[in-house]
Design a protein around this ligand. Structure first.
Ligand SMILES: *Cc1c(COP(=O)(O)O)cnc(C)c1O
Length: 378
């Protein structure tokens, strides 16, 4: 008998309610029945995005929504600020290059978050039209203080874009209240769906740029999406089944309440950090910016980090994530997002202990699980 568990930062496990919705017979997308489903989805997304603006559903993974932001907001030769503190921050720079946008890069140590003052200084020194940030840098387990950055960007000409692909529905992000102009996300992380949908919310300030930008765009032209949405429609065929499942997931998030979702995820991350410390392991991210969505733990000296992750997955069926890019083999990452609760975390930690033990790492068996239990009992 083989049972599997998924604790990666996307895809995340699917709730039974979502699986059931995915299995329903498909309906046609240009019908009043589907229009009602779409309207319900957009309303639910507004709740999760904490915005009154319309949220657009794109047929793509999260990166498609990132590309939509770049292609729609900027023209060739424009300047944008990007923050490189990990693999996903670097993606903003790569997208800007692809659209011939000049980037002013703020490089931050991968274990740290960018500070509002750094953004402010860069804004003063350049004529940037857009500031690209990342709510949760999934590759490092760092959360950025978007509130203070939005405060710095709000009174400038620039538009703030937030990659909340792994942060949405996990970490508090008050889109309207803080003035995060454009927020992008995807379906397979906090929203508990299979990969395949991208989401983007757009403020009035951002629409002004979109209406005048000159970058080439067709499939991701947000002007077309806006025009279609005025008739409760989409420009192209929407992944019908994924949207039906999205409503099931959104219903669950609404029933639990966003604040409770944030608390659940925060506690799970806290438990992982406590367990790591109890096992004598070092956390990758600085404590001041440790993410509530994902925890990166340094591989102890002398141990094969990739073998650790492979053994947990292939022998015991517990999938966590290894390190990406320059962190390959150096960290392993445990997610605390989506359809997970305290017992999933305890299970993953017990598997981690077992494999660490078998690999010859010295610690007191059960110490990590105990530390996690203590966090959940608080
Ligand atoms: C997962 C992730 C992405 C990439 O999303 P895809 O759905 O793989 O395109 C981008 N940014 C962050 C922060 C992510 O966690």
């Amino acid at each position: 008998m083989r049972k599997t568990y998924l604790l990666t930062p996307g895809p995340t496990p699917l709730p039974p309610q979502v699986c059931e919705a995915l299995a329903r017979p498909i309906i046609h997308h240009r019908t009043p029945q589907f229009q009602a489903i779409l309207k319900e989805a957009v309303e639910g997304l507004k709740y999760v995005f904490q915005t009154k603006s319309d949220v657009f559903i794109l047929s793509s993974s999260g990166t498609g929504a990132m590309e939509a932001a770049v292609a729609n907001l900027l023209s060739p030769g424009d300047t944008a600020i990007t923050v490189e503190g990990g693999k996903f921050g670097e993606r903003w720079t790569e997208l800007c290059y692809a659209y011939s946008v000049h980037t002013e890069i703020i490089k931050v140590e991968w274990s740290r978050a960018v500070k509002a003052e750094e953004i402010k200084a860069k804004l003063k020194a350049t004529k940037a039209k857009v500031v690209f940030t990342t709510l949760c840098e999934t590759s490092t387990g760092v959360t950025t203080d978007i509130k203070s950055i939005a405060e710095a960007v709000k009174n400038s000409e620039a538009v703030l874009v937030v990659d909340a692909i792994s942060g949405l529905g996990v970490i508090d992000l008050k889109t309207d209240e803080w003035a995060a102009d454009v927020v992008v996300s995807g379906s397979q992380k906090g929203l508990m769906l299979p990969p395949g949908l991208g989401f983007i919310s757009i403020s009035q300030k951002a629409w002004k740029l979109i209406d005048t930008a000159r970058s080439p765009r067709y499939y991701f032209d947000l002007r077309a999406a806006k025009k279609a949405w005025a008739q409760a429609d989409t420009p192209f065929t929407t992944p019908v089944s994924l949207v039906v499942a999205l409503n099931a997931a959104l219903k669950m998030l609404k029933e639990e309440g966003l604040e409770n979702v944030f608390t659940r995820c925060r506690k799970m991350a806290e438990a992982v950090r406590a367990a790591a410390s109890a096992l004598g392991l070092k956390l990758y991210a600085d404590a001041s910016c440790a993410s509530e969505a994902i925890t990166a733990i340094n591989v102890p000296f002398g141990l094969d980090g990739e073998k650790l992750v492979k053994t947990m997955r292939d022998i015991y069926g517990v999938t966590i994530a290894g390190g990406q890019a320059e962190l390959k083999g150096k960290v392993f990452r445990i997610a605390s997002m989506g359809y997970l609760n305290e017992f999933d975390i305890i299970l993953a930690l017990s598997c981690l202990e077992k494999v660490l033990y078998q690999m010859g790492y010295k610690f007191e068996l059960g110490a990590g699980v105990r530390a996690a239990q203590e966090v959940f009992l608080k």
